[in-house]
Ligand binder design. Structure first.
Ligand SMILES: *Cc1c(COP(=O)(O)O)cnc(C)c1O
Length: 397
């Protein structure tokens, strides 16, 4: 079995030993004060991660996709117009969910590999003088293409147009791994899940709502039941849940927040940036390109590598799994077969990343891709050893 190998999928991520132990709990009564003591500090902990002082935090027993559903159904009404760009599988799925809820989706098509277009959004928003658009949806980190969008620029587009639409941001593959500034960027709804930056199993949808978004929950007309934020807010205020919470995952989320706090959020972001840069150096040493169209779009949590013509990204992923027991991410949707993805978020170190780079090299060499074994590894090694932060050893090369 290959279960000792790290995974390089962009979620679920590797679970550190400390968090694996944290989910191993006897039953704790979720109506007890012991549970309330476990739950209540998490809200401040999440606020620290998303950088907001006043957001209402909710933790649903669900996954990130349910977080999307929670924020739209709790703040919008049937027929409301939303503005979004389609530039990857996750932005597409969120739009699709809005359509199913009967929202009027104004979609800007962008090539996959580009980010959310602040300029095109600005034009739409300033033309919308009647304020028909009720929400602007942004996928901060498009996990399908390895693209980070500029949320601050989209906030500026809203402000420049004096537009009151809610700003909703999918931070599922960025929050807790890349800088996210809810308050500074004026984000009204932020969504994430437990199995990416928080290094836990899947099972928690985490949402953060600004006071403005919370006010919208009072009048929203879309149907909501299980994910009704009003029930959750009421129960959470007393340290409880409107139904049975996944106590072990919630306990482990507390441990995850402790780990992130102990490392220091800025150090967590810097680590992800360094690891990502080493992976990117390896990709250029192979002579390959990223799906992300330009450097300011490069994601620090996932790299989507464009495979050379005549090769299938899906085959790379399959061979890595079957022969070497290592998981990479396949291309999704419009880029299926054209890319394979190296996830480097959550519990990831230089040494782990080097093993992923080495594995990708073996797989590509096996398939006849023209790359030199060790070229990517060497490029990443050079970058990692020159950026460890440790003083250089006198006399070393
Ligand atoms: C993983 C992911 C999701 C979906 O989350 P689930 O937990 O699988 O429902 C949504 N958006 C982005 C950007 C993601 O990376």
């Amino acid at each position: 079995m290959f279960t000792q190998n790290p995974v390089f999928i962009p979620g679920p991520t590797n679970i550190p030993e400390r968090l694996r132990r944290a989910v191993d709990l006897p039953t704790i009564d979720h109506r007890s004060s012991a549970f309330a003591e476990m739950l209540l500090p998490l809200f401040d902990g999440i606020r620290e991660i998303v950088k907001s002082r006043d957001a209402q935090i909710m933790i649903f027993p669900a996954t990130g996709s349910a977080g999307w559903e929670a924020v739209i159904t709790n703040t919008l009404s049937p027929g409301d117009r939303i503005l979004a760009a389609r530039h990857g599988m996750f932005s597409q799925r969120w739009i699709e969910m809005c359509r199913r809820h009967g929202l009027d989706c104004r979609v800007i098509e962008r090539p996959w590999g580009e980010g959310a277009p602040a300029g095109a959004f600005a034009a739409e928003l300033s033309a919308d003088t009647d304020h028909e658009i009720k929400a602007v949806l942004v996928t901060h980190n498009e996990t399908a293409t390895g693209v980070r969008s500029d949320v601050a620029a989209i906030r500026q587009a809203l402000d420049a147009a004096g537009h009151p639409a809610l700003l909703m941001v999918d931070g599922v593959s960025s929050i807790a791994s890349m800088d996210f500034r809810m308050e500074e960027w004026g984000v009204d709804c932020a969504v994430t899940g437990s199995q990416k930056g928080f290094m836990l199993p899947a099972g928690l949808a985490i949402t953060a709502l600004s006071p403005k978004a919370m006010a919208a929950t009072e009048t929203a007309g879309l149907k909501r039941a299980y994910l009704d934020i009003r029930d959750m807010a009421q129960a959470n205020a007393k340290g409880g849940y409107p139904y049975t919470p996944p106590v072990a995952l919630i306990a482990a989320l507390g441990e995850s927040l402790e780990m992130l706090r102990a490392e220091g959020l800025d150090n967590v972001f810097a680590r992800h940036h360094r690891i990502a840069q080493g992976v990117r150096d390896a990709i250029s040493a192979w002579g390959l390109k990223l799906c992300a169209a330009s450097p300011e779009l490069y994601s620090d949590t996932v790299s989507a590598v464009v495979v050379p013509p005549g090769f299938d990204g899906q085959e790379i992923v399959q061979r890595a799994a079957e022969v070497y027991g290592v998981a990479f991410g396949a291309g999704l949707g419009d880029v299926a077969g054209q890319v394979f993805r190296i996830g480097h978020l959550g519990m990831m170190t230089d040494v782990m990343a080097l093993s992923g780079i080495a594995t990708a090299e073996m797989v590509m060499a096996d398939m006849g891709v023209q790359i030199r074994l060790g070229s990517g590894v060497a490029a990443a090694q050079e970058y990692y050893r020159s950026t460890t932060g440790a003083p250089a050893v006198a006399g070393a090369a």
